[in-house]
Design a protein around this ligand. Structure first.
Ligand SMILES: [Ca+2]
Length: 290
């Protein structure tokens, strides 16, 4: 009996110990949670810095803060754990969403010229960018052009055209009396003295024709003028030719000057602007040879 009592007593002690231990386990966290060692209002169990009253959280990358975490805003980023403040995207890069851990470089064809940018800007017409992270775009150099926004390269002026400036949006057609036989030209080439082109945008020296009075009627009839205008111009040419044929240079000049006057009067009216310039230059070249 004594042994049985002793066993029962021991079991009771053990049960009592376990019960007390369980009660202590239940209450211990509550006791600890009530502690705010640094007095910052955040209890130690959730305070990442229980001894630093100036902060309580360790934010993950993309977020920042001292007592709570907020996302980096567009134009900002947070690359590290525990950041107190966000960083601004450096020039040449941008971030267009909240919570970024890094900024993205401006794409080719775009640029970013300020800190903290939330977007990139397309290169304007006349300029381009051929690499990522540009802070500005490069203007098209003379002989080249860019005719659209966001370009990654410039385009060489085709044959028959040129330009001489930086940042061109287009090229210029070689004027009457000139030609351009290369790409990326910065200037047209003048026809040899006494020759001329019949159209703008000529691409070869072969387009420079002798300014012969005998060629003029064929040129006039090729322009598709009204019959009245065509006949009037042809009559002046024929009269000038007749004067030359009889050796009367003064009279030939007079007829040709009258021809020029009529073309100028009809320029942009019955005679196309460019056609008129061509005719005037053609006849002035003939006059210079008389
Ligand atoms: Ca605290």
């Amino acid at each position: 009996m004594a042994l049985k009592k002793s066993v029962t007593y021991s079991i009771t002690i053990i049960l009592l110990f376990l019960t007390l231990h369980t009660i202590e386990s239940l209450y211990a966290p509550t006791v600890k949670a009530a502690i705010d060692s640094d007095g910052d209002g955040v209890n130690d169990d959730i305070d990442a810095f229980p001894d630093d009253p100036s902060r309580a959280v360790i934010c993950t990358p993309g977020y920042y803060g001292t007592f709570f975490c907020e996302p980096a805003q567009p134009g900002q980023y947070v690359a590290v754990h525990g950041a107190l403040e966000p960083s601004l995207c450096p020039i040449g890069s941008f971030s267009d969403f909240a919570g970024a851990v890094s900024c993205q470089p401006a794409a080719p064809g775009y640029f970013v010229d300020s800190e903290g940018a939330a977007s990139q800007t397309p290169c304007p017409i006349g300029s381009f960018s051929d690499f990522a992270g540009a802070v500005s775009c490069q203007p098209a150099t003379p002989g080249y052009f860019v005719d659209s926004e966001g370009a990654i390269t410039s385009i060489a002026c085709p044959e028959g055209t040129y330009n001489s400036v930086y940042g061109a949006a287009s090229c210029i057609l070689a004027p009457i009396g000139t030609y351009v036989n290369t790409t990326a030209a910065t200037a047209p080439t003048a026809c040899p003295t006494g020759t001329n082109t019949l159209t703008i945008g000529s691409t070869s020296i072969d387009d420079c024709l002798n300014n012969s009075l005998a060629d003029l009627p064929g040129i006039i009839t090729s322009l598709g003028l009204s019959h009245g205008t065509e006949n009037s111009l042809l009559a002046k040419v024929n009269n000038a030719q007749a004067a030359l044929d009889r050796g009367d240079t003064d009279n030939a000049q007079e007829k040709l000057l009258s021809f020029v006057d009529e073309v100028k009067a009809q320029q942009g009216k019955k005679i196309d602007e460019d056609d008129a310039n061509m005719l005037i230059e053609f006849v002035e070249n003939i006059l210079a040879q008389l």
